[in-house]
Write a protein that binds this ligand. Sequence first.
Ligand code: SAH
Length: 370
Amino acid sequence: MESQSPLVPLPSTDLDDETPARPAREAEGPVPFFGLAPEEVRTRLTDAGWQGYRAAQVLDWVYRKRVRDPQAMSNLGKSQRESLTSLIDLNLPRIHRQLGSPKGDAFKYALELRDKARVESVAMLSKRGVTLCVSSQAGCGMACVFCATGTLGLTRNLRADEIVAQVVHMLETTGWEDPGFNIVFMGMGEPLANYNSTVKAIRILNAEAGLNVGSRRITVSTVGLVPQIHRLAREGMQLGLALSLHATTDELRDKLVPVNRRYPLRELLRAAEYYATTTGRRITLEYILLGGVNDHKGDAERLAEIANSLPCKVNLIPYNTVPQLPWERPTDDAIQRFADWLFPRCPAVTLRWSQGGDIFAACGQLGAKA
Ligand code: SAH
């Protein structure tokens, strides 16, 4: 299986990742609300002659009361209710398709953006509470060989408002209430290849007058872009960082995760350690189990060695099969055997039987046809 994996061209990971400037919009036209930090909402409204406290009212309606229709914002004046939508755009992307798991504990949304680009988001409900999984790009340029999204290539970076809107959308459509929900950047795309929009979106989600989601409840998952990991460490937020490790030697990781050829394991693990020491948060090492590929005893031993070398926990994820791709999930016995090798050697290991597999909403299945 290993030798069959195609060597794909090295993706571009330049730090010069600015989302292309938005197409010139009418100076007077409405600005997407969900891309504005609370202070920017305030500036937008006061520039139009509104009193300062009005921004807090609007933010409260949208983020606390989950009301987006200006006509229902009863503490605004009549003229304000009428002019709000000419200043800010409170619409959410259209749902192209929505799938619910039979148990009702997972929903997958395919959202259609203005330019018809499609992104998927997943809402999951478990004993631990609500987890909302968002996309940071339409498609992905990282080309990890086992990942459904990786086979699509990159369509484009999402803007901050398109990321925040996914969260608002899921809260609205599921109606799930959980004051402590988690947000994970584990949908389509490589968040650190869309650095500026990702961090802007996180700041909006995190802002007290925004969605007020604690930074410790937000996890960015990365393929391992070293310069951006350093930069994220210095943002002054205690975000969770998950590293998609998946292999314990450069030889194998070069094949599975092509970006490893630019940032090999030694450099990557040094960046991970820097992140952990700078933020005071343990890294999560994600390790998908691919049958016959990275599930041998030697892999478990090397993984334990890596895990013991930095502040981290290990998350084992049995591979979710993707139609058209040759990779296999190990048998349940093989999965358990791997976990048993690891448990005694490792500080903290969890085995994640990911949710949503029955609706192709599990990790790495986004973009696959259900
Ligand atoms: N680009 C980010 C986010 C990607 S998706 C990253 O690479 O981390 C989140 C996780 O799902 C990653 O660890 C990714 O490697 C993993 N993944 C991809 N395809 C998968 C699959 N088919 N089964 C299980 N996990 C998968």
